[in-house]
Design a protein around this ligand. Structure first.
Ligand SMILES: C[S@@+](CC[C@H](N)C(=O)[O-])C[C@H]1O[C@@H](n2cnc3c(N)ncnc32)[C@H](O)[C@@H]1O
Length: 259
């Protein structure tokens, strides 16, 4: 299931991703880079970089020469190469990182562990390419307790289609699960925490339109609906959200651990 999600639902343009999830992942990246304590002189790997929300923060703090990034989506890897020509960008998966042991001081995965085919193996690979004692950190939206950015969307879906499969059961989406995965991967000094961002929307359309772009499991759900069912879902979302303008708060579970 996770492999299907990765291959199918991230085969979209960087622009579509930015409109749908980038609006949340960009402010999250500011906090996540701060939480990781990234500082000049370190070498850092961004695993599952997408179109580069976290890569941008790492480049700003460390310079492009100190940053490597990897993602299985060809369109996302290409977008990061265009945006940051000096960054070492690879196309590949966390479970098979194309770097020698101990290549980095820090390996980070923002909003990626839940899409890995084998999350424990992916975290173990992140530890392998990090120097002994270096930092491995990951974060995943709180989909299980409805604290993530898509909570209203999935609530509306379930009101209409109670058996629809949402993202709550994905790896790391419930409290404590990221830490369990890190422990299984052999990481030490595991510190769980959480981060919250708040994103403003001026109109309901600003919020809804990006769901129609086919990005991620939510976008895949919308694109397989016919026009009538899509309209029912759109109306239910509009009922559940506050009148515009409004803010959407989104929380992510995080872990910091040692390789
Ligand atoms: C929600 S996006 C996060 C992108 C970016 N880190 C951000 O915060 O905006 C999830 C990303 O994980 C990538 N991905 C999916 N499976 C992966 C895997 N096994 N290893 C590494 N990345 C993966 C997808 O291609 C996608 O770019």
């Amino acid at each position: 299931m996770a492999a299907y999600i990765c291959v199918v639902t991230f085969n979209v343009t960087a622009g579509s991703y930015a409109r749908f999830m980038g609006r949340f992942s960009e402010p999250l990246a500011v906090q996540f880079a701060r939480l990781a304590g990234v500082r000049a002189g370190q070498r850092v790997l961004d695993v599952g970089c997408g179109p580069g929300a976290l890569t941008a923060q790492l480049v700003e703090r460390l310079g492009a020469d100190a940053v490597s990034a990897i993602d299985p989506s060809g369109s996302f890897a290409a977008a990061v190469r265009v945006r940051f020509p000096e960054v070492d960008v690879r196309c590949g998966v966390a479970e098979q990182l194309p770097f020698p042991d101990g290549s980095f001081d820090i390996a980070l995965a923002q909003l990626v562990v839940h899409f890995m085919t084998d999350p424990v193996w992916g975290l173990r690979e992140m530890a392998r390419v990090t120097r002994p004692g270096g930092l491995v950190a990951a974060c995943v939206w709180d989909h299980a307790a409805a604290g993530g950015p898509l909570a209203t969307f999935w609530r509306a879906v379930h009101d209409i289609d109670p058996h629809a499969r949402d993202e709550a059961e994905l790896a790391g989406a419930r409290e404590g699960h990221l830490a369990e995965l890190c422990e299984a991967a052999g990481l030490t000094h595991i510190e769980p925490t959480s981060l919250t961002v708040s994103v403003p929307f001026t109109t309901f359309a600003d919020w809804w339109e990006p769901f129609t772009l086919g990005v991620g499991p939510a976008g895949a759900y919308v694109t397989q609906l016919d026009q009538a069912r899509r309209e029912v879902l759109r109306s239910r979302c509009a009922q559940l959200l506050p009148p515009a303008p409004f803010q959407v708060a989104a929380s992510a579970w995080c872990v910091r651990a040692r390789a």
